[in-house]
Structure formats: structure tokens, C-alpha cells
Design a protein around this ligand. Sequence first.
Ligand code: SF4
Ligand code: SF4
Ligand code: SF4
Length: 278
Amino acid sequence: MKKFLKENYQLLIIWLIFITIAFTLYLTTNKIFYLLNFSYIGTALALGVGLYTHHVKYARNVCQFAIGLYMLVYLGIINNENMQIEGFWYYLFLGVFEAAVIHYLVAKILGPLFFGRGWCGYACWTGMVLDLLPYKNPKYPRKKHGYIRYIMFIISFLLVGALFLFKVGNLEKIMLYFFIIGNVLYYLVGVSLALILKDNRAFCKYICPITVFLKPASYFSVIRVKCDKEKCINCGKCQRNCPMNVDMTDNKRTRKNGTECILCMKCIEECPRKALHL
Ligand code: SF4
Ligand code: SF4
Ligand code: SF4
């Protein structure tokens, strides 16, 4: 038991964070939805990460689908809760502290202080599809197209802001259309970019506006890949296998592409000297 706790304490902390959020929101709002929602996500996440660290091959993909499909199909389409960035602006402008606002606070604004961009590696419904494509290791060096994410971020803000400014009616229905059309576009652009640039995660690197939230907090993430310099032989295998072009052999926070790490643990798995760890 002691050994289990020692090896899995980070997973237990992740699970406890979600369970605490689930109970806090349930007790403060009296809505059973929050209890079930955050317990489900936290359990799926902890199980997925736990099994994956114990070398169960497709555990991360199963975790992505378990959470991603739940949020895309059940919350997004069936329950009409827009969890895209437009949904965040929408609920924020409405002054409603629920749905997408809570989701963004937990997964994308405050949560990354602890678990970095775990959302991108284990839960995002765009990432879950991109990770099935053939270019897991980028074929070419990273391009300087990251500025596109800021343009997308501003467009999403202005788009939803304009709906409120011009007092457009039927906003709930419009947000559902935004959700469906936005996701179809994300998948089309994401898959096309991956195939053209031979890089599964090109969309995440250059286009996704959510990274504007994710990157600053993940800079300070408690959970991050670290390198034992005494074991490392500088073979470069870890970097060649990283889908996000991170220099994980550098332990500094300022390491190259440090805020891009999605905690997929591919580098840890590939290191012949077991020099990398969380
Ligand atoms: S960068 Fe964006 S699209 Fe990619 S996994 Fe993260 S949230 Fe999803
Ligand atoms: S794969 Fe391991 S040994 Fe090779 S450079 Fe990376 S950390 Fe060092
Ligand atoms: S391979 Fe390592 S450094 Fe790269 S994204 Fe995955 S966990 Fe992060």
C-alpha cells in the first residue's frame, strides 16, 4: 500500500482535486450534475494516466475518448452546453458562473498550475482525433506560426461580444450552431494541417485559441517532465519522439517549447536510460 501510494501520489492528488471540486460545487449549488460530472472526469483521468504510466498501450487514447466524447456529444450536442472558447465568452458575458466558465477555470486556467496541459493530452476531443493520425513525431522543424492562435482568440472574443453588443436574439440556438460548426471546422483544419505539415499536433501548435489560456499557467505547472542529468547520454531520442518539440532534457522553466508539453509521456517511455520522470 505504501509503495502504491508513493508511486501514484500525483494521480491521487489529481483525483482528489476533481472529487473536491465535485463535492464543493454540489454542496454550493445543490446540483447533482456537478457531483457526477467532475467525479466522472476525475476518475477517467486518474485511471487513464495511471494505466498509461503502467504501460497499458492505448490507455491514453481510451481516456481521451472517454472524456472527449462525453464533453462533445453529451454536454455539447445533447445538453447544449458550448464548451468551446465561444461558450466560455458567452457564459462570461451572461455573468453566469457555470458550465463552460467552470470548465475553463478547472481545466484551462487554474488547473494547469498543477497538471500543466494534461487537458491536451488526456481529455480534448480535438486532440483525441488528431492523435490517431499517422504523424506522431513531427517530420519537420517547428514553424513560427504561433501568432495565429492570438488572432483566433481575438476573433472568438469579438464574435461573441458582437452578439451581445447588437442584442442578437435566440442566443442559445446560435451558440449550439457555433459549437457544431466550430467543431466541424476544427476537425477539418486540424486533420488537413496534420497531413500537409506531417505533424499530428500542428493545429495545437499554431491555431488553437485555447492555448492562450493554457500556456501561461502551464509554465508554472507542478507536474512536468524532469531530466536526471547524471543518467542522460544526450542521445536525443526523447526529443525526436516528442509530438510538441519540447526540450525536456533542459530542466529550466524557460526550456524550449516548455509550455507546449501535453504530458503524453512519450519521451519518458522512449528514454533508453530511464533519465526522464515526472
Ligand atoms: S491545443 Fe487546443 S486542440 Fe490541441 S489538445 Fe489542446 S485544447 Fe485541444
Ligand atoms: S532519451 Fe534519455 S538519454 Fe537520450 S537524450 Fe533523452 S533523456 Fe537523455
Ligand atoms: S514527449 Fe514528453 S515533453 Fe513531449 S509532450 Fe510528451 S511528455 Fe511532454
